[in-house]
Design a binder for this molecule. Structure first.
Ligand code: ZN
Ligand code: ZN
Length: 111
């Protein structure tokens, strides 16, 4: 499994001119890897993978930092878990998401 360096999305393999290119479906960033490199990278990435999966799956955010925030659903200040996601290109500020630990409602930060 390969993840985008920019937005941490799962890259999808594409074959272009006989070469396998790992391309990000979200931001378009691509990685060109030989088969040997792919194998190596996969092994190195293995340890990173767990933290990546955690970010991708809000239901497993047990080790994320917490913050007191007002939940729009509960309408009271609650403990929330929060994380940042790089939405579009790398030069844009990442969007911060909050998740109410009481009702599990998840929302994004509005400035
Ligand atoms: Zn990307
Ligand atoms: Zn809530």
């Amino acid at each position: 499994m390969e993840f985008c360096d920019k937005c941490s999305s799962l890259l999808a393999p594409k074959k272009i001119n006989g070469k396998v290119v790992m391309a990000c479906p979200k931001c378009g960033a691509g990685k060109e890897l030989s088969k040997g490199e792919q194998m190596q990278k996969q092994e190195i990435k293995q340890s990173d993978q767990e933290s990546m999966v955690v970010i991708e799956n809000p239901d497993e955010l047990n080790t994320m930092p917490t913050k007191k925030m007002r939940c729009p659903k509960c309408a009271i200040v609650v403990d929330t878990q929060y994380w940042a996601v790089q939405t579009r290109s790398g030069d844009e500020a990442p969007t911060r998401f909050y998740r109410c630990m009481k009702c599990k409602h998840t929302w994004r930060e509005y400035d």
